[in-house]
Design a protein around this ligand. Structure first.
Ligand code: TMP
Length: 209
């Protein structure tokens, strides 16, 4: 089974992923926790380029292709083998992030992004995607707090430095995707406190099972 978590910066995905993985493991499921960009040794090197504010000269198509390169490595060396082994793969961001960040927000053709996904990755889609939805003002305030107190490194702040209007496009893009694929997406209110969000995810997953 393939589960992804998506949302704007500061939506709490990473914390929720860890908790979801722990609760599934407690119930006897074998889980693999991974992320994009990253998740493989090479992917982490690509991540460093993509998230570094010093990479600001990246043009949108180069950015898109770096995310795709990361995903090619990730799918082939980790996601597919783990799924074939019967494990639950929990991935912090995946293809939907490319559609909304590089498509809806950067303005690249979302049709082209979907075509590339179909051609290169055989349209590998998650079974279920949790979208942690919240206003960018709240998410960005949380994200900047993490940067200020050092729980997230300043060398990973390129997207936090984008404008509110960029993050509003990301949020709108995600909600649009969720409306277009209601079977796969579960939209969870990410502005609630950690425990409530955790309970909402657990309930939605129990319903799915
Ligand atoms: P995160 O790991 O803290 O969520 O940071 C990853 C950043 O990369 C985040 O700002 C969203 C962005 N991103 C894209 O722009 N396109 C993608 O395809 C993915 C996976 C992430």
């Amino acid at each position: 089974m393939f589960i992804t978590l998506e949302g704007i910066e500061g939506s709490g995905k990473t914390t929720q992923m860890r908790q979801l993985s722990a609760s599934l493991e407690n119930r006897g499921h074998s889980c693999v926790l991974t992320r994009e960009p990253g998740g493989t040794v090479l992917g982490e090197r690509i991540r460093a380029i993509l998230l570094d504010p010093a990479s600001n000269e990246l043009v949108p198509t180069a950015e898109l292709l770096l995310y795709m390169a990361d995903r090619a490595q990730h799918i082939n060396s980790l996601i597919k083998p783990c799924l074939a082994d019967g494990k639950i793969v929990l991935c912090d961001r995946y293809f939907d992030a490319t559609v909304v960040y590089q498509g809806s927000a950067r303005g690249l053709d979302t049709g082209l992004i979907c075509d590339l996904h179909r051609i290169i990755f055989d349209d590998l889609k998650p079974d279920i995607t949790f979208l942690l939805d919240l206003a960018p003002q709240i998410g960005l305030a949380r994200a900047w707090k993490q940067l200020d107190i050092g729980t997230r490194s300043g060398s990973e702040s390129r997207f936090e430095e984008e404008t509110i209007s960029f993050h509003e496009k990301v949020r709108a893009g995600y909600l649009e995707l969720a409306r277009s694929e209601p079977k796969r997406f579960r939209v969870v209110d990410g502005s609630k406190n950690e425990k409530q969000v955790q309970a909402d995810i657990r309930d939605a997953l129990a319903e799915y099972f």
